[in-house]
Design a protein around this ligand. Structure first.
Ligand code: PEP
Length: 249
């Protein structure tokens, strides 16, 4: 962990029912969480209101996506204005499932980030390379291009957390080694230094995501440039998620 405040987000993805979420919230509400960590959970849109109304104020709410501009005639979409109305403080954008399953492109994701930030939401800006891109030696090219798509349009970096999530590690049980993650985080920080500013490079939190669990989080958290985690599967279990939150050293 670096000098910024440790940040742990739980991405619940398209999981849960009113009952299972109520149980998860009660586990989170009774968990002991290290005070010096930002803790955020991202429920499916339809449960944000339920979560906001029953979860401790200690934990902030994120959405998993948002519409690219002001709400209106966009059937099936959810606007930033509506997310704020429900009490969301954050939105996850550019998640690999949206990039590779749904087909969202860099430019569209960048625009979503710029709009959400302009309306006061924090953005968890995801980037990550596919296994074939890593094997072809293209990891940094891919990541820098994804990062540039945000950098080209965002009004400021004050409210952005970068989530490095190698696609080969998401939901596969194949976590990046602490060294692999650290190497990428350093490269991302260098890119920010050279292309945005030294201040943004040192202040922006870069979190890791991809098969983080209660057993591997503390080794990862020891690395100087890993400022937290974005957790999928393991965030659906309250006690394990708390263990990950508390893994900061
Ligand atoms: C994610 O989807 O953001 C994620 C990191 O998933 P998992 O922890 O399940 O690999």
């Amino acid at each position: 962990a670096g000098s910024g405040k440790f940040f742990v987000g739980g991405n619940w993805k398209c999981n849960g029912t009113k009952d299972s979420i109520s149980k998860l919230i009660s586990d989170l509400n009774s968990a002991k969480l290290e005070p010096d960590v930002d803790v955020v959970v991202a429920p499916p849109f339809v449960y944000i209101d339920q979560v906001k109304n029953s979860i401790t104020d200690r934990i902030e709410i994120s959405a998993q996506n948002s519409w690219v501009g002001k709400g209106g005639a966009f059937t099936g979409e959810i606007s930033v204005e509506q997310l704020k109305d429900l009490g969301s403080k954050w939105v996850i954008l550019g998640h690999s499932e949206r990039r590779h399953v749904i087909g969202e492109k860099d430019e569209f994701i960048g625009k979503k980030a710029a709009y959400a930030l302009s309306e006061g939401l924090g953005v968890i800006a995801c980037i990550g390379e596919l296994l074939e891109e890593r094997e072809a030696g293209k990891t940094f090219d891919v990541l820098f291009q994804q990062l540039k798509a945000y950098a080209d349009v965002v009004p400021s970096w004050d409210n952005i957390v970068i989530a490095y999530e190698p696609v080969w590690a998401i939901g596969t049980g194949k976590v990046a080694s602490p060294e692999q993650a650290q190497e990428v985080h350093v490269a991302l920080r260098d890119w920010l230094k050279n292309n945005v500013s030294a201040e943004v490079a040192s202040k922006t939190r870069i979190i890791y995501g991809g098969s983080v669990n209660g057993a591997n989080s503390s080794e990862l958290a020891k690395k100087e440039d890993i400022d937290g985690f974005l957790v999928g599967g393991a965030s659906l279990k309250g006690p394990e998620f708390a263990t990950i939150v508390n893994s900061v050293t």
